[in-house]
Ligand binder design. Structure first.
Ligand code: HAM
Length: 422
């Protein structure tokens, strides 16, 4: 137990960190191109925020939240997703009074008590954006175009963009009635969760994973066929705009999403390569959420990408990520005087922005060179008593194996120049 991370969590080790940083930086860069600014929020929030925001008939709230009471008796929950917290912050900090729309992006860990699978964890990472104050279809199309540009920038090919509209509360009320009528003589044979949901939130039943229930739902009325005229026009505008930009999509009438806050446009980017947990990104419009959470009526739309799944997809497509190069120089020494000089040189080199690894183990010259090689150092320099006296040393180019005599006074200038031209 002591030496094992909790089930559903995973360490990101130094050998893997470069790909995480690469993806995170690309995401931040693309978000900024679209005018988004980063927001960082607490890992836990008041439980009620998720109950109200995500919805208390969802699997997330009913089955998957990490909820605890703190020492002050408050019920808190580790965030199962990012949107509710961003909405809370938008209201708390009066962001509505800033020039609109408000465009925010985030890079978070999220927590759901789910069954472990490939691509499904209990602690996982999301890169997401939330856009407040823009209700027009242009916002939907722009947010999707941001995602397409991001995936393109990573060279990811063949993700399918699945699109649907789940209407607004008005059209959904009529649809829910139809769905209830359809389910009336089936619900008796469905799971307990579905039975519980039929009166409180019948549409949530469409999200049931139980195979038996799925069979009963095969002929269920389709929401997209029952949306109102306003919602239909909005959806047509979104699809037209995507066509205008040249973004390929597929209409998937089955997407309902696992969170209650959505209305109108919902979408997912799905991979066929990484197994059953193939949804790399999910998002949609949530025009009622800010009001539900206590703010003024404000339209909203956003998405979140699962980073573990994104990296799995990149791996499955054989996409190489630039690896951080080894240190610019390895400095080794033999003897006390040389060690002192090395300490001074290392300080000066590092102050000039050069990556310098210096011996701190007192190893033999042979062992030091072996270590320099393992680190992938570009150059290596070993200083002994002779070098201290002559103020000269032999700089080894670790790529070619060649040695060059240099004056130690010129070492820094030389390395700065080499770095510029290498
Ligand atoms: P979501 O569909 O629940 O939406 O999650 C978004 C993405 O997070 C999923 O498509 C998946 O890639 C990843 N993900 C979800 N659960 C797990 C898990 N247990 N393990 C690994 N990855 C996972 C949301 O979270 C919404 N907040 C998205 C959104 C933002 N909608 C509007 N704004």
């Amino acid at each position: 137990m002591l030496t094992q991370a909790p089930k559903g969590t995973h360490d990101i080790l130094p050998d893997e960190i470069d790909k995480w940083i690469f993806v995170e930086q690309k995401f931040a860069e693309i978000c900024r191109r679209f005018g988004y600014r980063e927001i960082r929020l607490p890992v836990f929030e008041h439980t009620e925020l998720f109950q109200r925001g995500v919805g208390d008939t969802t699997d997330i709230v009913q089955k998957e939240m990490y909820t605890f009471e703190d020492k002050g008796g408050r019920s808190l929950t580790l965030r199962p997703e990012g949107t509710a917290g961003v909405v809370r912050s938008y209201i708390e900090h009066g962001m509505a009074s800033l020039p609109q729309p408000t465009k925010l992006f985030y890079n978070i860990t999220a927590y759901r008590y789910e069954k472990m699978q490939k691509g499904r964890f209990r602690e996982f990472h999301q890169l997401g954006v939330e856009l407040f104050g823009a209700g027009d279809a242009s916002a939907d199309a722009e947010i999707i175009s941001l995602l397409v540009l991001f995936f393109d920038s990573l060279n990811i090919k063949n993700l399918t963009l699945n699109l649907n509209s789940i209407g607004c509360p008005e059209c959904r009320a009529a649809y829910n009635q139809k769905l209830k009528e359809f389910l009336a003589d089936r619900i008796g044979n469905m799971c307990e969760t579905c039975k519980e949901r039929i009166d409180r939130n019948p549409m949530r039943i469409l999200d049931c994973k139980d195979e038996g229930c799925r069979q009963h739902l095969k002929e269920a009325p389709v929401l997209l066929d029952h949306i109102c005229d306003d919602c239909r026009v909005h959806f047509e505008k979104v699809t037209q705009k995507l066509q205008d930009i040249g973004i390929h999509y597929e209409i998937d009438k089955g997407i309902v999403r696992g969170l209650d806050y959505y209305n109108r446009t919902v979408f997912e980017f799905v991979s066929r390569n990484i197994g059953s947990q193939g949804t790399v990104c999910g998002g949609g419009r949530y025009d009622g959420l800010i009001e539900t959470c206590g703010g003024a009526p404000t339209p909203g739309i956003g998405f979140a990408i699962g980073v573990e799944r994104l990296l799995l997809e990149m791996e499955s497509q054989g996409i190489e990520i630039p690896i951080r190069p080894g240190p610019d120089i390895y400095l080794g020494s033999i003897g006390e005087k040389a060690e002192k000089l090395c300490e001074k040189l290392a300080w000066e080199l590092r102050s000039e922005g050069i990556t310098c690894i210096k011996d701190i183990m007192g190893r033999s010259v042979k062992a030091q060179m072996k270590y320099a090689d393992k680190l992938g150092a570009r150059y290596a320099l070993i200083i002994g008593d002779n070098e201290v006296e002559s103020n000269k040393a032999s700089l080894k180019d670790m790529k070619t194996g060649e040695f060059k005599d240099i004056s130690l006074d010129t070492l820094i200038d030389r390395l700065v120049k080499i770095r510029e031209t290498d």
